[in-house]
Design a protein around this ligand. Structure first.
Ligand SMILES: CC(C)(COP(=O)(O)OP(=O)(O)OC[C@H]1O[C@@H](n2cnc3c(N)ncnc32)[C@H](O)[C@@H]1OP(=O)(O)O)[C@@H](O)C(=O)NCCC(=O)NCCS
Ligand SMILES: CC(=O)OP(=O)(O)O
Length: 326
């Protein structure tokens, strides 16, 4: 079954509450209306209600019974502040918490932490750092995960074949240990999207063809990842052509169980990961879904500011489906 049809089937009729901190944004409003009308998600928009309603009316959008919550006028605000201070274990005091929760991303993240929503989708108007920092600080990583990372599901237009790229969003310069963890987490995320993972740790070098600290890091990460998950086909260091093209793999990495057939691509650091997915999306015409945060205790999803309404709609479906697996 097509990916989103199967996600819709999983969540339909469950009215999973998802909080959208950017309630005034047109793309968010449009997606929330569709999700609500189709009975897929129970959207909660954050922002000043009169402003949200006026903007919707100006755009000819009908919000219907969608819930709107104003962080600046909310009767449970003090409870949220107290819970936040407790969660931060002395890192933020009451006065700081009062101010921080005025930020809709902190407010929305607390909603998820307190189980008042099952997930959050934000980032249409906020850069990634501001969107995800509250989740890193409040929701935190699952047991057994030390670093959260961001995966993109890349879907080819003509045959809907899917690939996973990571880390495209979070860890700026991961060390070998973190890179290994990203590789293993990515293989697990891939399975959620019906990708049978074959994981390539990418580099500008294939099997020692070039030298340097950055190549050594990828070689070490490959060994660590293989030891962590011996049941998953993982190999590196591989150039992209060796990872993906069978004829190149045959000459550059003969005998590899991954080279020539990789579908999960692990980038050595964030510059290449973020640039790589945007090239595939904008030049290669791939549909880019995500970034999907891997390793968090509860689902919080970050949009790219370049997203459209359809991206918001789809990421909300993924976020709601992720909440069923928590
Ligand atoms: C994610 C990011 C914002 C975190 O940076 P930061 O806020 O300066 O990070 P800090 O080191 O101050 O850590 C803040 C908190 O997050 C936690 N944290 C940071 N990175 C983390 C990670 N990858 N996994 C889990 N926790 C993490 C820290 O432990 C810390 O928690 P604490 O406050 O409870 O001690 C930063 O790594 C970043 O900007 N990444 C790139 C984002 C981006 O622009 N991507 C491209 C577009 S998609
Ligand atoms: C994923 C991405 O590109 O996010 P941002 O909105 O921070 O640019």
């Amino acid at each position: 079954m097509e990916l989103f049809a199967s996600l819709k089937e999983k969540i339909k009729g469950k009215f999973i509450p998802i909080v959208f901190p950017e309630g005034t944004d047109e793309r968010i409003q449009g997606a929330a209306i569709r999700l609500n009308q189709e009975g897929l998600v129970k959207p909660i928009l954050l922002g000043e209600p009169t402003k949200i309603k006026q903007l919707a009316a100006d755009r000819n959008l009908e919000l219907g019974d969608i819930q709107i919550i104003d962080p600046n006028n909310y009767d449970r605000y003090e409870t949220m502040v107290d819970e936040f201070v407790q969660r931060r274990h002395g890192k933020n005091d009451h006065d700081q918490a009062e101010k921080m929760l005025r930020d809709p991303n902190y407010f929305g993240t607390m909603f998820v932490y307190l189980n008042w929503a099952d997930g959050m989708v934000s980032g249409a108007t906020h850069p990634t750092g501001d969107t995800v920092r509250p989740a890193l600080q409040i929701i935190k990583a699952k047991p057994g995960v030390s670093r959260i990372s961001g995966a993109m599901i890349m879907q080819r237009q003509f045959d809907h074949k899917r690939f996973l790229f990571a880390d495209c969003a979070i860890n700026i310069d991961p060390d070998a240990q973190t890179l290994a963890e990203i590789a293993v987490e990515s293989a697990q995320t891939a399975q959620l999207f019906d990708i049978d993972p074959k994981v390539a740790l990418l580099s500008f070098s294939t099997k020692g063809s070039a030298k340097g600290d950055v190549v050594t890091k990828v070689q070490e990460a490959t060994k660590l990842a293989q030891a962590k998950a011996p049941h998953i086909p993982i190999d590196g260091e591989l150039q992209f052509d060796a990872a993906y093209v069978p004829s190149v793999a045959a000459s550059k990495a003969p005998g590899s169980k991954v080279a020539g057939q990789a579908n999960v691509f692990i980038f050595p650091e964030l510059q290449s990961g973020n640039i790589g997915y945007k090239i595939a999306q904008r030049l290669g015409n791939f549909e880019a879904i995500g970034p999907i945060l891997q390793g968090l205790n509860k689902p919080v999803s970050d949009l790219s500011r370049g997203c459209n309404e359809e991206d918001v709609y789809k990421l909300a479906l993924i976020t709601a489906a992720q909440s069923l697996n928590q």
